[in-house]
Design a protein around this ligand. Structure first.
Ligand SMILES: Nc1ncnc2c1ncn2[C@@H]1O[C@H](COP(=O)(O)OP(=O)(O)OP(=O)(O)O)[C@@H](O)[C@H]1O
Ligand SMILES: [Mg+2]
Length: 313
């Protein structure tokens, strides 16, 4: 993985997917629903982060576990964007996640499949690949079925060894099991943070206290996203609440992934806290307001980043 790339950032996808997006004016359960157009493309959170990084002009290395039969399709999608593909093939095909996006109101119905189980030798083989991974690594998304949590936390420790900065965006037990490796940055949303701490988080103050707890556990930077309200950014000593500018809503699919990509690019570029929070918010706002079936434009990200509203806490 080293030497063949100028990429400063890597993304790890342990359970990538094809996203099948079905736009409908309104979903009628139990009825025949006719979609005008559907889109099937390689996705999963780590892949989405690599795509957004390319839009930001930041080439990345995409690695992780991928069904052997789908490696070529992922490479054909990612390579033209400048993403360097270094997947560890596992037997079989990757899953398909269905997203029904209602144009009237923007509601999204997700039907996610569990994915292909990782074979016993997959994680050691991936660890071998990761020895030469970039210094800044984004680990996003769910775990493949059957992967023991101990193997997952071992993988995090392995990545963190050697001083790599890890950004973690996952949920449930996988999120909790990643914390002992002291990731450099985590980006839960409100409910993911509440779940990992085992208590409801209502209001801003509760969110701030919860994020500070993660910092006390050794996570340097904590960003908690809160949907249309924006996000809390604890970046070093800076405590910011950043609200996106008003945007027309196309879809919330990938909003969090776009935010993570902005945070990773800001870290790679050495941005200060305010510039990082602006870039992350600009990416997220551009993602939710992108034209249907299109990727957000770099110029739009810049415009929305500048228009974000920053409040110091
Ligand atoms: N409806 C919206 N309008 C404007 N901006 C939004 C909206 N929803 C999300 N965002 C922006 O995207 C960011 C991330 O959104 P959110 O908190 O929903 O992430 P998430 O729950 O991690 O999403 P994902 O499903 O991608 O994992 C927010 O902090 C905000 O800046
Ligand atoms: Mg998320």
């Amino acid at each position: 993985m080293a030497g063949d790339t100028l990429a400063r950032i890597g993304t790890v996808s342990l359970n990538p997917a094809f996203d099948l997006t079905i736009p409908l004016e309104r979903l009628e359960p139990g009825e025949v629903n006719r979609a005008a157009a559907t889109e099937l493309r390689p996705a999963g959170k780590g892949i989405n982060v690599s795509v957004m990084l390319s839009i930001l002009g930041e080439p990345s290395v995409a690695t992780g576990l991928l069904g052997a039969e789908d490696v070529a399709a992922f490479e054909a999608f990612l390579r033209p964007m400048g993403v360097i593909c270094r997947f560890e093939p596992v037997p079989g095909r990757c899953r398909i996640n269905v997203k029904v996006v209602e144009t009237a109101g923007g509601r999204v119905t997700d039907i996610n499949s569990p994915g292909t189980a990782a074979t016993a030798d997959a994680i050691p083989a991936l660890q071998q690949r990761l020895l030469t991974a970039p210094e800044l690594m984004v680990v996003s998304g769910s775990l493949p079925p059957g992967l023991p949590l101990g193997e997952w936390s071992g993988l995090m420790q392995h990545l963190a060894a050697g001083g790599r900065r890890i950004i973690v965006d996952t949920s449930g037990p996988a999120f909790g099991a990643a914390l002992p490796a002291k990731p450099f940055l985590v980006k839960p949303n409100r409910s993911e943070l509440a779940a990992v701490l085992g208590r409801p988080l209502v209001g801003r103050e509760a969110l701030l206290q919860a994020a500070l707890e993660l910092q006390q556990q050794g996570v340097r930077q904590v960003v908690v996203s809160d949907g249309a309200e924006g996000a809390l950014f604890l970046l070093g000593d800076a405590r910011l609440w950043v609200r996106p500018p008003p945007v027309p809503l196309t879809t919330t699919v990938g909003a969090g992934d776009a935010m993570v990509a902005g945070l990773a690019a800001a870290l790679a570029r050495g941005h200060d806290a305010e510039a990082a929070a602006r870039l992350a918010t600009g990416c997220a706002a551009a993602a939710v307001s992108r034209p249907a079936s299109a990727l957000p434009a770099a110029a739009e990200i810049t415009r929305l980043a500048a228009a974000a509203h920053i409040e110091r806490l």
